[in-house]
Design a protein around this ligand. Structure first.
Ligand code: NAD
Length: 247
């Protein structure tokens, strides 16, 4: 703990990679732990694919809303783990957070440099005219459609596509992650099983960068724990509280 604290104090440019485990203590279930969303029913993965959305957009939305508890999505609050990362930034460190989460909680906690690799549940876009809609519109309609009026005076009416990255969509901001990693002195990985590509390759790629330290805080062991200088198997909220972070 002492050594970890010293390393955190010394680090000035931190790249953070977070996953669903970051938000379980905020009440949002992860995917692969016991009781996780995919663990309970693997067929859900197919329904959350780009192919499925393009084929059956009207069937997609009710499934998507239920699976991601969309009705609740404005009401979750950051936990002490999110607050720890925001606090590091307040101390004057450069903290770039690359999150696989779609819940928006890093920003809600006050972190300013947040890159959502898998997009956001808060918005959806029209693939026909590009208009973007926020959460209230998405919650108001079971199947949200584009209400933009074209030059011909007709309402567009296309079923919107969520801005969450679906299976088959491209992951966002990965070039930026590697640019930041090249200049970082610490890679902090929190709450991810590292089973999803391309995030799973980050620890190994970071091992090739001279001088960078690598630390992981994850409840359960992952397949690449051995690549890290520090591994802590603990809940991130508990860990942050042990560093003195309070809500
Ligand atoms: P994952 O479910 O594969 O792994 C989560 C990991 O977090 C597990 O290894 C688990 O041991 C660990 N964990 C659980 N609670 C923890 C805690 N309190 N503190 C520390 N570690 C904890 O999740 P993943 O690796 O992020 O990949 C799954 C996909 O899940 C991502 O694509 C992401 O988009 C999506 N997802 C996002 C949310 C969200 O936005 N909050 C929720 C569920 C899934």
């Amino acid at each position: 703990m002492e050594a970890f604290r010293n390393m955190l104090n010394e680090a000035q440019r931190i790249v953070v990679l977070t996953g669903a485990g970051m938000s379980t203590e905020s009440g949002i279930p992860d995917f692969r732990s016991a009781g996780g969303i995919w663990t309970e029913d693997a067929s859900r993965m197919e329904a959350m694919s780009l192919d499925y959305f393009l084929s059956y957009p009207r069937l997609f939305w009710p499934k998507f809303k239920e699976l991601f508890q969309m009705k609740m999505s404005g009401s979750y609050e950051p936990n002490e783990g999110h607050l720890l990362l925001a606090e590091l930034e307040k101390q004057g460190k450069q903290v770039d957070i690359f999150t696989q989460n779609i819940d928006g909680l890093h920003r809600k906690a006050g972190s300013r440099h947040v890159y959502e690799l898998h997009g956001s549940i808060q918005t959806a876009s029209c693939l026909s005219c590009g208009a973007r809609y926020d959460l209230p519109h998405l919650l108001k309609h079971d199947v949200p459609e584009c209400t933009a009026v074209g030059n011909d005076g007709e309402v567009c009416g296309t079923v919107l596509k969520t801005d969450v990255v679906l299976f088959g969509d491209a992951v966002l901001h990965f070039d930026t992650l590697y640019e930041k990693l090249d200049k970082a002195d610490l890679l902090l990985v929190i709450g991810t099983s590292l089973e999803v590509a391309p995030a799973r390759f980050v620890p190994e790629d970071a091992s090739r960068i001279p001088g960078i330290k690598k630390a992981m805080i994850n409840l359960e062991p992952t397949y690449c724990d051995s690549l890290f200088d520090f591994v802590i198997h603990q809940k991130i909220g508990e860990f942050a509280r042990s560093l003195g972070i309070k809500k």
